[in-house]
Design a protein around this ligand. Structure first.
Ligand code: UN1
Length: 515
């Protein structure tokens, strides 16, 4: 593929021996994995981009020793200095934005504007984290006892493991790592096996900066590339007080159980089944644009992708007709070619799951309005390109309650706004949601305690494309975690409550007399 030059520019090609890349990277140590060999293919054309050996649980032990040593140093470095590290990493990400985006496109199949947007999330969260590095505030609290005062401090937590998915290979690491670093935690990344070069690119950028900051331990930014066995070893290891995992609900359930078994903390961002309510009062021009980006963008492979359109029955026919027209003109093809808006699915398995979901929808009474078929003309051979699908179906058809990680939009109808909210909330997932309405009552109702039960509830914008400044994540099977903005930094710290006696007496709390 002609764009592989980005790997040279980013220095990723130095991270290999022969044709095989290193799987264990701690800044001090570069090792081949000792497990089985695997290779990662580009979803664009199926061509092999990289070959690795899986890192093993035994190798994790060695890395953990380095992470623990790194933590001892990192926790004592003033937080603004750790912010300086993140600021410089952000500068490098700015400098290599195009090359980084290319690696995302190659491995995840994103169209270039969306890949650039993902790198921008990394850059933005760096800025956010740099500011936060001077604002790791605790409270000061009045004491009930004379001559005492109380305060809270936020302390570094320890090494944090970050397990990521293929679809946001840079942004999700960055949300966790940039904040974790300013909080004083070394970060071990276990990336998706479908996007290992993205991990190497981020590692290399961070190590270039660390080379210039000798007071900061290099293992603060570490990577291990491995399979499920490595993931399990990480989840069960007490080295990591926090495991942050993004991916399927099935994976999250396993991680959560294992981490909870040792009473560690997990930060989960799992499946979504995101809905938009389109009211009969909605501005349909705005709604249409939002629907197409949210449902067909990223080929339906965002956890925030719009999957259920809950439409007022009086407007559904016209809306579906206009949507089908927009879908018909969506350029599907090579994501590296300007103008294409829908790139490939990640792999054949994903294509098969989409086909199965469409067959199931038909069996459950669904009517496929358009799309779903494989596109083979004017696309690179070896990639799995599809036309995004629109399916009219009942809101309670079982398939509608599942997340299929592909561009299928289920169109459902409602009569009363209360019913719309009930439909919105009736699925097991709870990530993102939206309403299009010009009615202030409906908008406020949607955001009220009796409204959407999701972590994200938007008005007159789509379900996907959240800014980094907000806390990102969702409820129910989405896992309950919040990452990125707002006060998500607290996940990466431990809170201490300090009570200080500056008096000459020793009064006990609650007025207890013990003498
Ligand atoms: C994901 O798909 O895992 O809100 C994250 C969005 C992006 C992040 C998606 N900022 O769509």
């Amino acid at each position: 593929m002609m764009t592989l030059a980005c790997l040279d520019t980013l220095g990723i090609n130095t991270l290999k021996d022969g044709d095989t890349y290193y799987s264990v990277l701690t800044g001090n140590t570069k090792l081949m994995g000792q497990g089985s060999t695997f290779s990662a293919q580009s979803p664009i054309d199926g061509v092999t981009l990289s070959t690795f050996n899986n890192a093993t649980p035994a190798q994790l032990e060695k890395v953990n020793a380095e992470l623990k040593d790194a933590f001892k140093v990192l926790r004592t470095i003033p937080a603004p200095r750790r912010g300086e590290l993140v600021r410089r990493i952000g500068d490098e990400a700015r400098k290599y934005k195009n090359e980084l985006a290319q690696v995302i496109s190659l491995e995840a199949g994103k169209i270039v504007p969306e890949a650039l947007g993902e790198v921008q999330e990394w850059i933005d969260v760096c800025d956010f984290a740099v500011g936060q590095s001077r604002m790791l505030h605790g409270l000061s609290i009045v004491s009930e006892r004379p001559g005492h005062r109380m305060m809270e401090q936020w302390q570094p937590l320890g090494p944090v493991a970050v397990i990521t998915a293929f679809n946001f290979p840079m942004a999700v690491w960055a949300w966790n790592a940039m904040l974790g670093l300013v909080c004083g935690d070394p970060i071990l990344l276990k990336p998706s096996e479908k996007a290992p070069l993205c991990a190497l690119a981020m590692y290399q950028i961070a190590q270039n900066v660390l080379a210039d900051m000798p007071d900061i331990p290099k293992a603060a930014v570490s990577v291990m590339i491995g399979d499920r066995e490595l993931g399990e070893a990480i989840a069960s290891n007490t080295t990591f007080p926090l495991v942050s995992a993004t991916g399927s609900t099935t994976m999250g359930r396993e991680v959560a159980k294992t981490v909870a078994g040792r009473l560690g903390r997990s930060l989960l961002e799992l499946g979504g089944n995101n809905a938009m309510i389109v009211s009969d009062t909605a501005d349909l021009e705005l709604a249409l644009r939002a629907i197409v980006f949210s449902a067909a963008g990223t080929a339906g492979q965002r956890c925030t992708t719009l999957r259920r359109l809950i439409t007022h029955e009086s407007i559904v026919d016209g809306l579906v007709e206009r949507l089908a027209k927009s879908y018909g003109s969506l350029p599907v093809g090579n994501p590296l070619i300007e103008g294409n808006l829908v790139g490939p699915l990640i792999d054949e398995g994903s294509f098969n799951r989409m086909q199965t979901a469409l067959d199931t929808a038909k069996k459950q009474g669904g009517d496929i309005i358009c799309g779903g078929e494989r596109v083979t003309e004017n696309v690179p051979a070896g990639g799995f390109y599809v036309r995004p699908a629109i399916v009219r179906i009942a809101h309670d058809a079982p398939i509608v309650h599942e997340e299929t990680f592909a561009p299928i939009l289920y169109v459902l109808t409602y009569r009363s706004f209360d019913e719309a909210i009930e439909i919105q909330n009736e699925v097991p997932q709870g990530l993102s949601s939206a309403v299009f309405t010009e009615s202030m009552r409906e908008a406020e109702m949607f955001m009220s305690p009796a409204g959407s039960d999701c972590g994200i509830a938007n008005v007159n914008i789509g379900t996907s494309g959240a800014e980094i400044g907000g806390a990102f994540g969702g409820e129910k099977e989405t896992g309950g975690g919040r990452e990125s903005g707002s006060d998500a930094w607290r996940n990466y710290m431990r809170r201490t409550t300090n009570t200080v006696n500056y008096g000459g007496d020793l009064p006990l709390a609650q007025g207890i007399v013990f003498e």
